[in-house]
Design a protein around this ligand. Structure first.
Ligand code: ATP
Length: 138
């Protein structure tokens, strides 16, 4: 079957490296489906789950920002952090979600930068919860 190499890399580690048949990511301009032979491109990603199909099996991975780079036979996702469903500590993500929600509720005391940080922390936590509970597939 026609495939391409997908690598998901963070500053800390290589999270995923496999021949895949398709990749669906959420770019800043919306959802993007990548199949073998896609035209080369670089685009920023949202904090969101991505879906990979390999050997007929779909895997959902939590990806927190960064970029996707599409080359001829290889696609690289460079993210600040990324986790497979089995890597995710749901209790930690639930605690992070509650912390972020508390910060957002008391936002009148905070400046815009803190508000944006709390929004992004909430998105990361929600993405982790979705991926670990199997609800993140696009
Ligand atoms: P927290 O407030 O719980 O640290 P965070 O969103 O601030 O969450 P990040 O800065 O995005 O955390 O990630 C720091 C490191 O911790 C990364 O290596 C990331 O993969 C890992 N990580 C964060 N949250 C979780 C989680 N719930 N389960 C597993 N790994 C996690």
């Amino acid at each position: 079957m026609n495939t391409f190499l997908l690598e998901i890399v963070t500053p800390e580690r290589l999270v995923y490296s496999k021949q895949v048949t398709s990749l669906t990511v959420r770019g800043v301009d919306g959802e993007l489906g990548i199949l073998p032979g896609h035209i080369p491109l670089v685009t920023p990603l949202q904090v969101a789950p991505l879906t990979v199909k390999s050997d007929g099996v779909a895997t959902v991975i939590a990806v927190h920002g960064g970029f996707v780079e599409v080359h001829k036979d290889k696609v690289t996702v460079l993210a600040e952090s990324a986790e497979l469903p089995t890597d995710i500590d749901v209790e930690r993500a639930e605690a992070a979600k509650e912390r972020a929600q508390r910060r957002l509720q008391s936002r009148s005391k905070q400046d815009d930068i803190d508000h944006r940080r709390a929004e992004l922390a909430l998105q990361r936590a929600v993405t982790r919860i979705q991926v670990s509970t199997g609800k993140g597939q696009q």
